[in-house]
Design a protein around this ligand. Structure first.
Ligand code: GLN
Length: 446
């Protein structure tokens, strides 16, 4: 299986460009597992997986799609990778992404763009665009991604696959190259809902090495798959079908609501009134945290160092100027500004207050409903090159996914049909730790 998977990647990826690197030792790892005898408790024995390139892998280059880390080979595995390997999975390669996970199209990779699996003239979404395209194109059955503001769900929607962003803290972030630590979550990209739950079973759980890791017990995420959704109460926020959302996308979501009702659920319109503030508050909070997290890339400890530097300042300034791409620099500047003494109250503090209001909007709805539904993205995948030079248009694309991260909630994107021949996603959002209910509804819909 691993040998065939690698052959498939070599055949397809020259064109798709989903991978940054392929693990040439994967066959040896699989053979070693076969020779040792597959353990009975290895739910993913021999299953080839791809890992987003901001999750560290021992001995395998981990670049975060940045020139800054182009030659960085970690000396340890992220907790999620350790857990996957313990469950028998075989890492076959590292997947392309926007540099440091900043972006919505994978065009911010320092190496190359990735294509949408359905239409090679379009973006695969981002920042986990390589993960989504590789799974959708059949190169691999499972990929890990990270989701800070939609980076698992949006590319899953654009490629017609299943993308799960678990509750904040549900999965250890140890070994995930930090972007915005209060928002970052590792999750799965798969072709089916059951595959997603099966992999989440493996990677979830408390980890002492991540101070924000939840102590909540981990249920069997597949347990409610196949259960009826009769009587389930689902909320459809009016803001999620409003201005800026393609009417053909709205039509697909209304069709999904009809299907959920036919299965016995109730679907009612609600309001999440602070939705319009999610994008500005996210871009202040995420950029502020990024400006702090990315201070470690200083040309001294590890990563890129500029050549022919004259003094210490030169090391810092030139290494960072040459090592980071334009979007990363934009975020560092935006974040440093928002946190600076004169502007902290007006920007960072205000954004943090708005974040609380957004979380309260959801809490009010979840007092009466089991899940919230809506589209994952306002439009299907856009053309490569179409939005790279317009960051605000690019940021607005995240309007439907970002509030979920600000509130720390779990959410899935599942295929919801096609608009103009391109896949679109249905997003199902739950209260914290309600992943089993999300999987129950998602599987019924599938
Ligand atoms: N597109 C968003 C951003 O550019 C989200 C990225 C993510 O979730 N990593 O910040």
């Amino acid at each position: 299986l691993v040998r065939d998977t690698l052959a498939g990647i070599h055949a397809t990826d020259a064109d798709l460009a989903a991978f940054i690197s392929v693990n040439d030792d994967a066959v040896a790892a699989a053979e070693a597992q076969d020779a040792a005898g597959i353990k009975a408790d290895a739910p993913l024995a021999g299953i080839p997986i791809g890992i987003k390139d901001n999750i560290v892998t021992k001995g395998l280059t981990t670049t975060a799609a940045s020139k800054m880390l182009a030659n960085f080979t970690p000396i340890f595995d992220a907790t999620v990778v350790e857990k996957l390997h313990a469950a028998g999975a075989i890492t076959v390669g590292k997947l392309n992404m926007d540099e440091f996970a900043m972006g919505s199209s994978t065009e911010n990779s320092a190496f190359h763009p990735t294509k949408n699996a359905w239409d090679h003239s379009r973006v695969p979404g981002g920042s986990s665009g390589g993960s989504a395209a590789a799974v959708a194109a059949g190169e691999i059955p499972v990929a890990l991604g990270s989701d800070t503001g939609g980076s698992i769900r949006q590319p899953a929607a654009f490629n017609g696959i299943v993308g799960m962003k678990p509750t904040y803290g549900r999965v250890s972030r140890w070994g995930l190259i930090a972007f915005a630590s209060s928002l970052d979550v590792i999750g799965t990209l798969t072709r089916t809902v059951r595959d997603s739950a099966t992999v989440l079973n493996v990677i979830a759980g408390h980890d002492d090495r991540d101070a924000t890791s939840a102590t909540e017990p981990v249920p069997d995420f597949t347990a409610k798959i196949g259960d009826s959704i009769k009587g389930m109460r689902i909320a459809l926020p009016e803001e999620y079908l409003g201005e800026g959302v393609d009417p053909k996308v709205t039509e697909r979501i209304q069709a999904a609501a009809t299907q959920l009702r036919a299965l016995g659920a109730t679907v009612e319109t609600v309001s999440l009134p602070h939705t319009k503030y999610a994008v500005p508050s996210y871009y202040i909070i995420a950029s502020s945290e990024a400006s702090s997290n990315l201070q470690r890339f200083d040309g001294i400890r590890y990563g890129f160092r500029a050549k022919d530097v004259k003094n210490l300042d030169d090391v810092y300034v030139r290494s960072r100027s040459e090592g980071f791409g334009p979007e990363v620099k934009r975020r560092i500047m935006l974040g440093t500004f928002s946190l600076s003494a004169g502007f902290y109250d007006a920007y960072f503090k205000k954004a943090a207050q708005v974040r609380t209001l957004i979380a309260q909007d959801f809490a009010k709805v979840f007092a009466d409903y089991d899940l919230v539904m809506g589209p994952t993205t306002p439009t299907p995948a856009f053309k490569l090159g179409e939005r790279v030079s317009d960051p605000v248009t690019m940021y607005m694309n995240d309007i439907l996914t970002i509030a979920v991260n600000l509130a720390g909630l779990p959410a899935i994107s599942v295929p919801a049909g096609f608009v103009d021949g391109l896949p679109v996603g249905l997003q199902l959002i739950g209260p914290q730790f309600a992943e089993p209910t999300i999987y129950q509804a998602a599987a019924a819909f599938e």
